[in-house]
Unconditional design. Structure first.
Length: 227
């Protein structure tokens, strides 16, 4: 299966580092954070990768090139500040009918092939990986009732929410055939899928790590070093 990596964020909460360095090129234990994603994808036999680049994206292109040195095939599409959903739609000429989507600034050690198998069994238009959040690493943004996602709100988490979006999803390409240019996964795509009961889920007990802030960047550096 093909994988899309969202890598177009400005990294405003990581300034001043991201004034001169693309967020996913920030080093974690000696190598760019993005490299961990690419290595994990390759490990699971996923070698067709599309990276959606934006702010300082030329640094990513220069470092990874066509992916040959990493043993994968990498192509690029410009984010163009279209939102996460719009950026994926903008990459349509490069995309297969079904693809994996990774939040580039979030790393979840998980078996991608198990997710793909679950997606195929469900027969839904999309699948989201969620974390059971036993460690309460931040407020939950997903509500699951009777095994089904019933609500998603990243901006205003509710006290009754049960899980946390873990940053790895699978989509049918048709999900992004929306009649607008700029839209997001969080505000537009997920609510629409939930309403149509077309968003499956996999619950992971494995926590994810992100580089959203300077504090979290330092935290994941320590974790990667210890591992």
């Amino acid at each position: 299966m093909q994988s899309v990596i969202l890598a177009g964020g400005l990294g405003t909460r990581l300034r001043p580092l991201t004034h001169i360095t693309a967020k996913l090129m920030l080093k974690v234990y000696g190598k760019p954070f993005l490299e961990y994603h690419i290595e994990s994808l390759k490990k699971h036999g996923i070698d067709d990768i599309v990276i959606l680049v934006g702010h300082l994206g030329s640094q990513i292109k220069s470092h990874f090139g066509n992916g040959k040195q990493s043993g994968v095939n990498i192509r690029y599409s410009e984010d163009d500040m279209l939102g996460s959903g719009g950026a994926i739609k903008n990459a349509f000429p490069l995309l297969e009918d079904v693809f994996l989507v990774l939040n580039g600034d979030t790393y979840l050690p998980i078996d991608y092939n198990a997710l793909i198998d679950k997606f195929r069994r469900d027969g839904k238009d999309a699948l989201m990986t969620v974390y059971d959040n036993n460690e309460n690493i931040r407020p939950n943004n997903v509500c699951i009732r009777d095994g089904e996602i019933t609500e998603y709100n990243n901006a205003e988490p509710k006290p009754y929410f049960t899980h946390l979006d873990a940053g790895v999803s699978i989509f049918k390409k048709s999900v992004f055939s929306i009649g607008v240019q700029r839209f997001s996964l969080e505000k537009d795509v997920y609510p629409q899928l939930i309403s149509a009961r077309q968003l499956g889920n996999v619950v992971s007990g494995q926590r994810f790590f992100d580089i959203h802030t300077l504090e979290r960047l330092e935290n994941i550096r320590k974790i990667m070093q210890s591992s």
